[in-house]
Write a new protein. Structure first.
Length: 278
């Protein structure tokens, strides 16, 4: 269902797509109902798109490209920019860097990192947050988060390291079934050749050292081989570019990695969790 407030807050890409759809539809002499039938949507959905009340889904943009694109590739190219419109404000500067990165090193302390979440886990997490979001906005955010996973299939492939606190694995989100699916998904991703998954065990600090106390982080190697750090907490974000600071975070990440279980042990732990819940 479209939201009236979207008409005021719609991003520039969403507005451009809406205006282009309206122009191309009228050029063909089609009503909103006719266009809707051509792409498998209702006239109300086309109206919501054209009035900025509802941003187009990724699937709608694919359908529009086939029917209205005329070989230009406009709607295909628009998919990335409309996706950016849907992201929370604090995430918009980082999102393009993630999609083009050649390497990511992730450390998650509270919940499973967004790139490794199942759809149901993400829906439970986003839908259960505070302040509560309308169902339509929850679905927008879930779709945008799932589309980030295109990174796993991209050519050339990105190398991704992820370290999860053990508490992330045992914190229940959604339901037991949601968690079973999430553990199975993590195990599947951990077996990919471009992914290294490690778990930082709860007793890591018993040795007298615990490098993860400063919180989660994301280290990014860009396509130009620049190195950046992205931090996010309480709906605020920080993108760090200064080489000296980036170096400190990279060294801290290396210590966290050294204190974590190795990839084989980590996979075994995740598989045991999944097995115990069958």
């Amino acid at each position: 269902m479209a939201r009236a407030e979207n008409k005021e807050t719609a991003g520039p890409a969403t507005r451009l797509v809406a205006d282009m759809v309206r122009m191309l539809r009228k050029r063909k002499g089609w009503t909103q109902e006719q266009l809707g039938k051509a792409i498998g949507y209702t006239a109300a959905a086309i109206s919501a798109l054209e009035t900025y009340a509802q941003p187009p889904s990724d699937a709608m943009l694919v359908a529009l490209e086939k029917v209205l694109g005329d070989g230009m590739g406009f709607f295909e190219q628009a998919r990335l920019y409309v996706r950016l419109d849907k992201y929370p404000e604090q995430f918009k500067d980082y999102a393009p860097l993630e999609q083009k990165a050649v390497g990511l090193s992730l450390y998650a302390t509270l919940v499973v990192h967004g790139l490794f979440q199942t759809e149901e886990y993400a829906r439970a997490l986003i839908g259960g947050g505070y302040p509560p979001l309308p169902d339509e906005r929850v679905e927008e955010l879930v779709e945008a988060r799932m589309l980030r996973k295109e990174l796993f299939e991209r050519k050339p492939v990105a190398l991704i390291e992820v370290i999860l606190e053990e508490s992330v694995l045992t914190r229940a989100v959604g339901s037991k079934e949601v968690m079973r699916e999430q553990w199975a998904y993590l195990a599947e991703r951990a077996k990919r050749r471009n992914v290294t998954l490690q778990v930082l065990p709860l007793e890591a600090g018993l040795s007298g050292e615990y490098a993860g106390g400063h919180g989660e982080m994301t280290l990014v190697e860009t396509a130009q081989h620049d190195h950046l750090v992205y931090l996010e907490a309480q709906e605020e974000s920080l993108l760090i570019k200064e080489p000296a600071k980036v170096s400190t975070y990279a060294q801290r990440y290396a210590r966290i990695r050294a204190q974590a279980l190795d990839p084989r042990e980590s996979l075994g732990l995740i598989e045991r969790l999944a097995g115990d819940q069958r």
